[in-house]
Design a protein around this ligand. Structure first.
Ligand code: NCD
Length: 353
């Protein structure tokens, strides 16, 4: 049985196979319309979501399968205090595959430890969002034709933006890729991601400076729901805005991606520019999720290989957004490239490291 918790759980080859399958599904829709008949997807969404949940739902329906689940933890047994471990044990009896979104970092990873069916991470707190990454990769491939030798600008909330973390981890494995990071000082990329690609990341202070060099511009929303202090959000929310005037500085073939929802970081006057690919990106999300669900339901022998080697630790994680803060799970850690020990659920440095 195979789960998808982190974007690098899939090797480059497996990622390629899923993208190829998505392209085949796009070309031959009817051939796939019954391939998951009789199978059920459980969407367990502990955090609000419209597009990701609907995208998973539409994907399973287009494969001929059925969907059940909840979109609001307050209407499920979670509100009675049930743990993630127990919820997935129960759901394993009702469904064939799970897509889980959780506000706590590491929630879907915990689920994968107790589930008898494949678990897909549909976004965990400010940590990771691997199916958005598959969406982004398919979009880049369809728009530009290749995933190597690209300069990718990432703009906005690089600290809490889980889509950015997963995208950098996945893209870092392709030849000739560079990342240009454009973020307010308080919302810079976390070290555990930057440490993976220290020589490939450059930071610039303005969009204007970065734009002429980019093949892909990945815009993100400042993640209001992750801020402890509302004033900080208000101060930072409109730090970077892309508009039609700035687009004049970009290459003719650059594409603009955004995981959506957008707030004000992309002005509506960019929407009519042919380089604005964010609404085409949404549809790619459905096709790539179809390919992923189909693949995980048909892969029965391989197990997840965590990219780092994990060990059991006594030391608690101090990150209040980590699933270990609220659920009685085994404490696991790994050693980062900088020699620090980090929590395996949320990647935060452990205090005595
Ligand atoms: C993203 C997410 O949930 O992280 N949205 C999505 O999955 N479509 C980005 C965001 O909410 O800003």
């Amino acid at each position: 049985m195979r789960h998808l918790i982190d974007s690098t759980d899939l090797s480059v080859k497996e990622t390629q196979e899923i993208l190829n399958l998505a392209l085949d599904i796009i070309e031959n829709r009817t051939m796939y319309s019954h391939v998951c008949a009789g199978k059920k997807l459980a969407t367990l969404f502990y955090e609000p979501s419209t597009r990701t949940r609907l995208s998973f739902t539409a994907a399973m329906m287009e494969l001929g399968g059925n969907v059940l689940g909840f979109s609001d933890a307050s209407t499920s047994s979670v509100s009675k205090g049930e743990t993630v471990a127990d919820t997935v044990r129960v759901v394993s009896a009702f469904a064939d595959i799970i897509a889980m979104r959780h506000y706590k970092e590491g929630g879907p990873f915990v689920a994968s430890q107790y589930s008898r069916i494949p678990v897909i991470n549909a976004g965990d707190g400010g940590n990771a969002h691997p199916t958005q990454t598959l969406t982004d990769l398919l979009s880049i491939r369809r728009e530009l034709g290749h995933l190597d030798n690209l300069t990718i600008g990432l703009c906005g909330d690089l600290k809490y933006g889980r889509t950015v973390h997963s995208l950098i981890k996945a893209m870092n494995r392709y030849e000739g890729v560079k990342f240009v990071l454009i973020a307010p000082a308080e919302l810079r990329l976390p070290d555990h991601i930057k440490n993976l690609a220290p020589t490939k990341c450059v930071e610039t202070a303005t969009l204007e400076e970065a734009l002429p060099t980019l093949d892909v511009l990945y815009m993100t929303r400042v993640q209001q729901e992750r801020f402890a202090n509302k004033d900080d959000y208000e101060r930072l929310k409109d730090s970077f805005v892309l508009d039609a005037r700035k687009m004049q500085l970009a290459k003719e073939k650059m594409i603009v991606l955004h995981p959506l929802p957008r707030v004000k970081e992309i002005s509506p006057d960019v929407d009519s520019d042919s380089r604005a690919a964010y609404f085409r990106q949404v549809e790619n999300g459905k096709f790539v999720r179809m390919a992923l669900i189909y693949t995980l339901l048909h892969k029965t022998t391989e197990t997840r290989e965590h990219s780092e080697s994990l060990s059991v630790t006594e030391e608690p994680c101090t990150n209040r957004r980590c699933i270990t803060a609220t659920e009685p799970v085994e404490r696991l850690s790994y050693e980062d490239h900088d020699g620090k020990r980090r929590c395996a659920y949320c990647n935060h440095v452990l205090a005595n490291s």
